[in-house]
Structure formats: C-alpha cells, structure tokens
Design a protein around this ligand. Structure first.
Ligand code: GDP
Ligand code: IMO
Ligand code: MG
Length: 421
C-alpha cells in the first residue's frame, strides 16, 4: 500500500518519461499529478520514439492503469493528437487510460492569453511554452475554470461561452486579436473524442487501490526549479511540481508516500528564460547541447546547457524528501577532458551554498570542483562493472555530496540503455 513519486530535480526534461516507462511494471497505476501539455516526456523502445504531453508514461505497459489526475490541465486537442500517435503505433489505450473529472480544461482563448501576456512582458518574458498553462491555472485559482466533469453537464456550453467572453475582454485590454472560428470547432470535436475515455472520480480510485495494497506511481512534470513556490520565480511554471504537488494533484495523503525518486541529468539544462548559474555560453556548452541533442520535446527550442549544480540539487532533494536518485544522460559526458561540478556560489562577495532570494546570473558565480573525465563510450554498457574508473569516481563523488543513493543510471535514450546500480 504505497505511492511512490517520481519527479525532476532541475529545470525539467531530466528524462522522467523514460524512467516512468522503465519502472512501470512495479506499479498498478501511473498517475500524472500536475502540469499539462507544456510537458514533453520521451520514451524510446524497439527503434520507436514517443513523446507524451498529457498521458502518463506508463501507457506502453498494458498491465498498468494510467490516470490523468485532477492537478493536470488538459488541452483536448493535444490529448487527441497523443491518442492519434498511439493509434498509429497500434498501442491500445482503450482499457487503461482514465481522466479525473476534476482536471481543468485548457480552452482556445487560454493559449491566446498566454501569448498576449508574453508579448506584453517583452524582454522580461518567461519563455512560456505558450500552451495556455498559466491562464488555465489562473482560472482554476480564480474559481472560473472549466473542468473535465463539466463536459457531462448541460451547462457546459454556457460555461464555455461565459469564460470565452471574459477572456476576449482581457485580450482586448492587451490589444490582442484572436481568431477563434476554426479553433472552437476543432476544440469541440476533440472534446467529443475524449469523452470516449472514462472520466473518473480519481481520488476515490486511488483510495480504493491503496486499501487493496496496490502500488501507485505519481509522475511529475517539469522540475523542482520550475515549481511555482520554490522555483526560480517568476521564471517558473504555474503548478507545484514538487512531491507535495502529488498530494494536491491526486488527492492522496502525505503519509501514503513512500519513495520519492529524484531524476537529474549528469549535467544541467534549462529551456526558456530565467537564471541558470552554471550555464555555459561557450564551446563546451555547445558540445553538451550537440551530444545531448538538447532540443525541447514540446517546442523544439534549443535547451541552454551547463555543469551540474550541487547546491541547487541539494535544495531540490530537501524540498522533495528524495529517497533515491536516477542519473540521466551519463553517456553525454564521455569525451570531456574534465567534468566540473558546482559546489558553492560566490554571491555579493561571500561564498554561499544556497539559492539566494534574488538569484541573478549577474550577481552569482559558481565555484567548481574539477573531476577527471573519461573517453570511453558508455552508451552500450549494461553493468557498472565495465564502467570507466573515472565515471565511477564521478558517481561516487555525487553520492557522497548529495548523501543519497543513485539507484538508476541512464546511458542512452532507449529503454534498454538503463542500469540498476
Ligand atoms: P522529460 O520531460 O523529463 O521526460 O524528458 P524529455 O523527454 O523532455 O527529455 C529527455 C531527452 O533525453 C529525450 O530526448 C530522451 O529521449 C533523452 N534521454 C533520456 N535519457 C537519456 C540518456 O541517458 N542518454 C541520452 N543520450 N539521452 C537520453
Ligand atoms: P517536462 O515535463 C522543461 C518551462 C518553459 C518556461 C517555463 C514556463 O517535459 O520536463 P509554461 O509553459 O509552463 O508557462 O512555461 O517553464 N517548462 C519546461 N521546461 N520541461 C518542461 O516539462 C517544461 N514545462 C514548462 O520553457 O521556461
Ligand atoms: Mg520534457
């Protein structure tokens, strides 16, 4: 009887989807608890690559039920595109995909509001994925939102009209023209299609599963440093990406959480604006980006790259109560003569080991420890026994510094390129 939580410890795209898929056979239910189609979770096996935005990453395991939790915001059009992808690949989701009635709906004007807000911010823009995430969560907290369960009510059309009207009023204020004619049609068609997926009172399903000793994995989106409260605000997303978000986003109690699996890259990336103390704006950063193929899974934007940041990782571990770690993209670091690890920062003339309130790249410089690199290609390694000594030293250093076990090492994007340590 337990819930494990799997989440990102950096700025997203750590490789959460890959690990959820990899460990899915240990669970009865996989449930997404927050975010929406701003997420892009990549899974690779049998020479096929799948990118999921809304659907939990356990969908390729027919023995697992996949639930889109109440904390998620759903764009029916994106969700239908995901269903199309699964249909095309003959992945049967008809029996193991469910949606919480309490999940909120992204309506066409939410995306326009996202765009209008970013345009208005100018050079201070957040770098949003423009998927309508923030305006939808704003309507949720403002108690104006439309939920999945509303599709089943007679008042649905009226509610949608009222909300759209309100949005058009705000868009006028932004001087932003939104052409909605086609979009509303497409959106309604998508709503009709997703009605074929069972809508459920998911919190009851989780409670029932726990009472029957079933295992649940809560799948996070984004990463801890994008958390609304504890991330690099305001350059964050609009949901709680941290472990406590699983309680709100699924309706499970804190004391039902057992393991918290923290996913991190062997280096660090960020897409969108905002501070990134260890960012490399040089050839080394370009090399990481190229080797790691660092382009966003949702927007295709280039990801910024830099060395691993231990003060930020330790912060993320504490905020989430992480019990075990998965290190991703280890293969990308092959061929670097030395690997740098940020162990503290210089900030306003003092050495610190925490993220300051006014984190600003202009005010902060990282202090690095240098570790010997390795040349061997590790992407085909299947056991720790054959790993280069320098790589093992890197792992050892990180485990000692972070004071948590790294239980999974990923050496490539494919499901098979994963080692239990
Ligand atoms: P998520 O959002 O956390 O699920 O991560 P994304 O799917 O957005 O980004 C991770 C990217 O890295 C994807 O393209 C994965 O296929 C890829 N990937 C995952 N693990 C590894 C790894 O160990 N090595 C390499 N080279 N690529 C990986
Ligand atoms: P996964 O789940 C990486 C970033 C955006 C932007 C900020 C706010 O794939 O790890 P939003 O659209 O939420 O208003 O954007 O957050 N962002 C992500 N970066 N991975 C993600 O998800 C992200 N989801 C949002 O780039 O900087
Ligand atoms: Mg991603």
């Amino acid at each position: 009887m337990k819930v494990d939580v799997l989440l990102g410890l950096q700025w997203g795209d750590e490789g959460k989807g890959k690990i959820v898929d990899f460990i899915s056979n240990k669970y009865d239910i996989i449930a997404r608890f927050q975010g929406g189609p701003n997420a892009g979770h990549t899974i690779k096996f049998n020479q096929q690559k799948y990118v999921l935005h809304t659907i939990p990453s356990g969908i390729f395991n027919e023995n697992v039920n996949n639930i889109i939790g109440n904390g998620v915001v759903i764009d029916p059009v994106t969700l239908c595109a995901e269903l199309d992808m699964l249909d095309k690949m003959q992945i049967n989701y008809k029996k193991n995909l469910f949606i919480s009635r309490k999940a909120h709906l992204i309506i066409p004007t939410h995306k326009h509001l996202d765009a209008a807000s970013e345009i208005a911010k100018g050079k201070d823009k957040i770098g949003s994925t423009l998927r309508g995430i923030t305006p939808t969560y704003m309507d949720k907290t403002g108690r104006n939102g439309l939920r999945i369960g509303d599709c089943e009510l007679q008042s649905f059309d009226k509610k949608l009209q009222n909300l759209t009207k309100k949005h058009l009023h705000i868009l006028k204020h932004y001087n932003y023209k939104a052409d909605l004619t086609k979009q509303i049609d497409v959106w309604f068609k998508a709503i009709d299609r997703i009605k074929s997926i069972p809508f459920i009172n998911s919190e009851y399903v989780f409670h029932d599963a726990l009472s029957k000793n079933k295992n649940i994995l809560a799948e996070g989106a984004q990463g801890t440093l994008l958390d609304l409260d504890f991330g690099t605000y305001p350059f964050v997303t609009s949901s709680n990406t941290i472990a406590s978000g699983a309680c709100n986003g699924l309706g499970i109690a804190p004391n039902s959480i057992k393991e918290v699996i923290g996913i991190f890259k062997a280096y660090c990336t960020r897409v969108g604006s905002g501070p990134f103390p260890t960012e490399l704006k040089d050839k080394t950063g370009d090399k990481m980006a190229k080797k790691g193929n660092e382009f966003g899974s949702t927007t295709g934007r280039a990801r910024r790259c830099g060395w691993i940041d231990l003060p930020a990782l330790k912060y993320a571990i504490n905020i989430n109560g992480v019990t075990q770690l998965s290190m991703m993209k280890s293969d990308v670091l092959s061929g670097f003569k030395t690997i740098k690890v940020c162990t503290s920062y210089n900030y306003k003339g003092a050495e610190i080991n925490y993220l300051p309130y006014d984190l600003d790249d202009e005010l902060i410089t990282p202090n690095y420890t240098e570790i010997e690199g390795w040349d061997e290609d590790i992407s085909c390694m299947t056991s720790m026994n054959t790993m280069p000594k320098a790589f093992l030293k890197y792992i050892d250093f990180l485990e000692k510094e972070l004071n948590k076990p790294i239980s999974i090492i990923s050496v490539g994007p494919d499901r098979s390129q994963t080692i239990f340590k």
